[in-house]
Write a protein that binds this ligand. Sequence first.
Ligand SMILES: Cc1cc2nc3c(=O)[nH]c(=O)nc-3n(C[C@H](O)[C@H](O)[C@H](O)COP(=O)(O)OP(=O)(O)OC[C@H]3O[C@@H](n4cnc5c(N)ncnc54)[C@H](O)[C@@H]3O)c2cc1C
Length: 376
Amino acid sequence: MIKDIYDVVIIGGGPAGLSLAISLLQKQQLSVLIVEGQFEGEERIGESCPPDTIVLLKQLGVAREFYRANHKTCPGYASVWGKNDVGYNDFIVNPMGPSWRLNRKKFDSMLVERAVDLGANILWGTHFLNTEKTLDGYELRLRNRKLNKEQIIATHFVVDASGATARFAKSIGIQKKVEDRLFASVRFSKILEGTASKQVQIEAVSEGWWYSSILPENRLVTMMVVEKKQLMYLQNENYSGFEKALQDTKFISQRLKKLTTTDHEFYTWPIYSGILPEIEGKNWVAIGDAASSYDPVAAHGIYKGMNDGIEASAKILGFFNQEPKEDFFSAHVKIRYANYQKNRAFAYAMEQRWSQSSFWKHRNEKYASSEVFMVP
Ligand SMILES: Cc1cc2nc3c(=O)[nH]c(=O)nc-3n(C[C@H](O)[C@H](O)[C@H](O)COP(=O)(O)OP(=O)(O)OC[C@H]3O[C@@H](n4cnc5c(N)ncnc54)[C@H](O)[C@@H]3O)c2cc1C
């Protein structure tokens, strides 16, 4: 039963929003509503997580469920980047163990179940449209996608966990500072025959870079990250451009040749690198990709989102218990963004084979001069 007013409304039920709901409700009984635009169980992007994700899962009280769900591990990366030979990066040497390759459906439903068990309410298939400030919080206008029906919900505190587009921040006039816009053309497939490599495979090409990884349940994800102008070519004639570009890769195409795949499904995801100039106010905060979104070449966005959810819960508890924690969370996000900028510049600068191609030229020029955000 959905009420008209909540202590906290979280816009977005991705890893960040769900982790925040759990972290908050573990510590204090507040009324919490999560508003999620997707319907339950819809496809989500991202499966690779670093070994220490388990530390966050323990904090959220779901480590046992995580181990039981039989997510796969990943022994490391094989990449062709900056040179023509394959380089290997092994996780076996990491004391926290191998990195994880998630079954996203199981992972997401584990977080949903935990949040609901602790008392969170979720409105699936419902978009946040806009907001008006009230004397003691905000009124949020929402639309149910199935019924095409609008409703207004009031709240004392809003969390913007709506992903890279930062919908709530935008609606209160805070525009994300976007440094770069790339696109991922993604193909999910089912493996019918053949044994795929357990390593994640990465390959730089003149117009961008490729990523391929097996997924649980014998599925495969293959994607190319490109500039917008290249996207049209990939999507051309029912994605025949994508298939052609994949065949032209030197390394990944050879690995995939050994597999028979079927049921190809194509998606396009934007990749915005950017940060909000204001990440929090007295009674709102942005977390996960809404606060700062990264290029997946240099980041683990799922881990970052969960970590933000846990960190930002302290601000919300401070608000309700009259012990405000001003700008503590923003400082954390800004320092991390500055580190990300350095890592990203380093990763792209390693590739100099196509320094005159638009993709690599733009990235290297942009990132070499990226403004580094300093702690205020
Ligand atoms: C191509 C690609 C590959 C990636 N691969 C990986 C990977 O392997 N590993 C990894 O760690 N990260 C990966 N990432 C990054 C990762 O997906 C994100 O960083 C992570 O999902 C961020 O979590 P979040 O909860 O902040 O945002 P999201 O996961 O984007 O969740 C935001 C939620 O808000 C909802 N929403 C948006 N607008 C509204 C609205 N108006 N009303 C209601 N709901 C709304 C969306 O439906 C969504 O469910 C990848 C990203 C891309 C683009």
